[in-house]
Design a protein around this ligand. Structure first.
Ligand code: ZN
Length: 473
């Protein structure tokens, strides 16, 4: 994500010194890993701002054997009773109601507590190899929501279905929703989604969008992605163009015409730039949807789909939001393909993404301010001295006011320093090796550091200790 505070900090830092079936060709060995499969049949009602759906989730084979329960995130419930800033409060609440839950056809009673749902697994099924959870849901879309939102004749479906929580060696990750950062953590899954709309609507989504429409129904299939976002609209128009075999679509509304050519070009150039440096984007399409998606959000990443504001503020006025578009696109690599626990280690995708964004802006737009990074280093050292925060904390620990500096920009400054020390070629080798090694998986800070040490042959522990943890040796 990029929030407006981060965006503004780029300009005002001096004053505040006070993320069709597409199977990646090279990933055959990943076929052996069983992924969760979501089948959703949904009906969209624009008059009521509602989505009514039936969902069947097939759990990965064997992974849930002998489990007593599984957990889902119900993020839309964050918008039922808003606990956060009044400024970001939805003008009309949103929520998700779950009914008729069954596991392998046995009816069960889920326990819902705000944004978390526990589904008990009956004893008889927990011994079976594979469980299927069936349920109905009714999604009430908020007005003025963050990410999940409705705007004129457009519904932004973000984290809109019951999302299977992650269970790993640490146990279940059932962290609550928060407005600082992206409180989302999910693993690669397969999606088969049908959305029925009234006449005249179009669906833009994580899946390849063209040729999937029959009448007013859209059949959207996408394998091997962490999440599934969809934008249902009657208002958007599109510019389409290919780069490196990827269809790059820019979706815009009336009144945005003055920036669409430059933003579409930036999206095409950005995809090509990252393809060359980090390794190839493995899907066939990416959608860039211009527009406001909630208070404070300049842009947001989902697999195969990003959102961005059309323009950003400058000292002189406004300009096309090229940096936001290329930031969100870089998340396709860092968060989309290479995953991380965004709740526990938000710096890992945001730091790499901000570095990627700055690299693009420097090389393609000739915009790079070394002194800005130096100022951020000084300022973040001050923050650490004052409140003890490092750059590698779970996102709940950061006040919104320092989140961007600590988690986005300082790690970007760190990666610039690393590039200065090891050279551009080695730096790109670190990133491309990281991309290749951890694609479709979940990487950790430890994994990144280990890989950087392997590629460079250097003991980089003191380096990362200093930059991420503010420890000098
Ligand atoms: Zn981001």
């Amino acid at each position: 994500m990029m929030n407006r505070r981060i965006l503004l900090s780029l300009w005002t830092i001096i004053f505040i010194m006070t993320g069709f079936e597409i199977q990646p060709a090279e990933a055959n060995h990943h076929r052996l890993i069983s992924r969760p499969h979501y089948q959703i049949e949904a009906q969209y009602d624009p008059h009521l701002d509602q989505v009514r759906a039936h969902m069947v989730v097939t759990l990965p084979k064997n992974q849930f054997k002998k489990q007593k329960e599984v957990y889902f995130h119900l993020f839309p419930n964050a918008f039922r009773q808003w606990r956060f800033d009044q400024v970001s409060k939805p003008t009309k609440p949103g929520f998700i109601d779950i009914s008729k839950v069954s596991v392998n056809r046995q009816s069960v009673k889920p326990v819902v507590r705000e944004t978390i749902m526990k589904v008990p697994l009956p004893k008889t099924v927990s011994n079976e190899n594979q469980s299927k959870i069936d349920l109905d849901f009714m999604l009430q879309l908020p007005r003025g929501g963050t990410r999940l939102n409705t705007f004129k004749n457009t519904a932004f479906l973000a984290q809109w279905y019951p999302m299977l929580a992650v269970k790993d060696r640490e146990g279940w990750h059932i962290d609550p929703y928060t407005t600082t950062g992206d409180p989302f953590y999910s693993i690669m899954s397969d999606f088969d989604i049908t959305i029925h709309t009234p006449r005249g609507y179009e669906v833009i989504s994580t899946a390849q969008d063209q040729n999937q429409q029959t009448g007013n129904s859209f059949h959207l299939k996408q394998n091997n992605v962490r999440d599934f976002a969809a934008v249902i609209t009657r208002d958007y128009r599109v510019l389409r163009k290919n780069v490196d075999g990827i269809e790059v679509n820019l979706w815009y509304l009336d009144g945005m015409e003055d920036v669409i050519t430059s933003l579409h070009q930036a999206a095409l150039n950005g995809m090509h730039f990252y393809n060359q440096r980090f390794g190839k984007y493995p899907y066939r399409e990416v959608d860039v949807v211009l527009g406001e998606t909630g208070f404070g959000i300049a842009g947001m990443e989902y697999p195969g789909l990003v959102t961005s504001v059309p323009k950003i503020p400058t000292r002189e006025g406004e300009k096309a939001a090229i940096n936001v578009v290329v930031h969100e696109l870089a998340h396709q690599w860092w968060y989309g393909v290479v995953g991380n626990n965004q709740v526990k280690e938000p710096w890992l995708d945001e730091g790499l993404t901000t570095f990627s964004e700055f690299l693009y802006m420097q090389e393609k737009m000739n915009e790079h301010d070394k002194s800005f990074l130096d100022r951020v280093t000084v300022r973040t050292n001050e923050i650490h001295r004052t409140v003890g925060l490092t750059s590698a904390e779970p996102l709940y620990r950061y006040p919104d006011s320092v989140y961007g500096l600590m988690v986005y920009v300082r790690p970007a400054a760190m990666l610039y320093d690393l590039m200065k020390q090891v050279g551009t070629e080695k730096m790109m080798k670190i990133l491309s090796s990281y991309y290749k090694t951890y694609q479709y998986r979940v990487a950790t800070t430890g994994d990144f550091i280990k890989l950087a040490k392997q590629v460079t042959g250097k003991n980089l522990d003191p380096f990362f200790q200093k930059w991420l943890y503010f420890k000098s040796q």
